[in-house]
Design a protein around this ligand. Structure first.
Ligand SMILES: *Cc1c(COP(=O)(O)O)cnc(C)c1O
Length: 429
């Protein structure tokens, strides 16, 4: 067993001052059991905890560290800009450069507004869609997570699913009533809801590749069908690309899947590990945003210079070296093949879902295509697997309802070690 005595002490101390000892629920290891590791530092694909254990990292800060931790151009840029002051509350040229860079990478974004988190991006996008259409209802999918704004905490994925919270106290019935839900990949259900609520739905929001119930792929025709429904009934189609943006490709899921969204939200990779989110889209819709229009949305630290230079530096690297995506996808496919092989030899039921540099394992007999099938998997077995992998120096997301994120600092040696760790871990289950 790894010695994690300092993490244990810190976790006990943290719980005296912080709810559950963490500032975001999934970090607490509550669903897999055990003590969350407190991290001291990271470099490339490797995390080091406070007890000096080393791990190969498959969380990558839930996505942002796509080129690895402490990526030197980003660290240097932050250091340089921090010396000029960390915030002004007035516009900077950097914000224009960031917006221009994003527009040069991503389709269908005429105007874009920076915020400080994915939650803010999604809640703002919904307000814009409601303001633009004059309608109240939204439609989301079971197991998709769009941040913790009230409207989205209905059948949400990520921590809400991990902790099996059915109805979130504090979210009013009125708000919940305006959120329609149906199963991911169930186009017929979308059609029925759209028909039953004709002229009432402001927006359909979706994770174009879902990552908050494990990794779940959109089935052929699902997103295309929603696009058509939105066109027919004047519904704003929102791609929540907080995970997929700048990860699946420069242009995110819109580009990779060849489907156009009306509004798009970003987070995670866009800030290189700083608190950044963004929402953007067609001019016709985005021009309702204040001060151009009356849909109010604001932020004291929105477009913060340190956050902007971090994101700008990372996105520039991704834009200038498109082969990075090919490298990353090839590594992920290599990992998938290796895991598939050891799981086949192990002989118990499993499903690997994989898209680009997102991947997850469900201990399931049936294909995992939506929240119900993800929840029906043997998630106790996932917890055992998670802990065994940790003992072998591999840090996976501490929940079966989360995708793993690869970063391009992973070497083939790291991947081979991970595959061998999986073989040993499965043998001990
Ligand atoms: C993480 C996530 C969010 C929320 O972003 P935060 O920065 O945690 O507020 C929203 N949507 C998706 C798809 C996410 O994965």
């Amino acid at each position: 067993m790894n010695n994690i005595s300092i993490s244990k002490q810190l976790f006990a101390r943290a719980q005296e001052s912080i709810p559950g000892g963490v500032n975001s629920p999934v970090r607490a290891f509550k669903s897999v059991g055990g003590t969350p590791l407190f991290i001291r530092r990271a470099k490339g694909a490797h995390l080091f905890d406070v007890d000096d254990n080393q791990y190969i990292d498959y969380i990558a800060s839930w996505g942002p560290m796509i080129l690895g931790h402490a990526y030197e151009p980003v660290v240097k840029a932050i250091q340089e800009y921090a010396a000029y002051s960390t915030s002004y509350g007035a516009p900077t040229e950097l914000e224009i450069k960031m917006a221009e860079l994003i527009r040069s990478m991503v389709p269908n974004v005429d105007l874009i507004r920076m915020v400080s988190s994915g939650t803010e991006a999604c809640m703002s996008a919904i307000r814009v869609a409601r303001g633009y259409t004059g309608r109240n209802k939204i439609l989301k999918f079971e197991g998709c997570y769009h941040g913790h704004a009230d409207s989205f905490l209905v059948k949400a994925g990520s921590g809400v699913a991990t902790f099996n919270i059915q109805a979130v106290p504090g979210v009013t019935a009125g708000v919940s009533a305006d959120t329609l839900t149906c199963a991911y990949n169930d186009l017929d259900a979308v059609k029925q809801l759209a028909a039953a609520h004709k002229g009432e739905i402001a927006a359909i929001i979706v994770e174009p590749v879902a990552g908050n119930m494990g990794c779940i792929l959109p089935q052929p025709g699902f997103l295309e069908g929603i696009r058509q429904i939105c066109d027919e009934d004047g519904i704003v189609f929102i791609f929540d690309e907080v995970m997929t943006g700048f990860r699946l490709s420069q242009g995110g899921a819109q580009q990779t899947l060849g489907i156009n969204a009306d509004l798009v939200t970003y987070g995670k990779v866009i800030g290189a590990g700083m608190p950044v989110g963004a929402f953007g889209g067609k001019k016709e819709i985005m021009q309702v945003v204040a001060p151009l229009g009356n849909v109010y949305q604001a932020g004291t630290l929105s477009g913060n210079p340190i956050a902007m230079i971090a994101g700008y530096t990372l996105l520039s690297e991704l834009r200038n070296n498109p082969s990075l995506y090919h490298e990353l996808d090839t590594k992920t496919a290599y990992l998938k093949d290796g895991l598939q092989n050891v799981l086949d030899n192990w002989g118990q039921p499993f499903v690997i879902n994989h898209f680009g540099s997102m991947i997850s394992i469900h201990f399931s007999e049936k294909p995992v295509t939506d929240f119900a099938s993800a929840a029906a998997a043997n998630n106790a077995r996932f917890s055992s697997f998670f802990h065994a992998m940790l003992q072998h120096g591999v840090y996976l997301p501490p929940s079966a309802f989360e995708s793993w994120f690869l970063n391009n600092a992973l070497s083939y040696e790291d991947l081979d070690k991970t595959i061998e760790a999986a073989r040993q871990s499965l043998a001990g289950l």
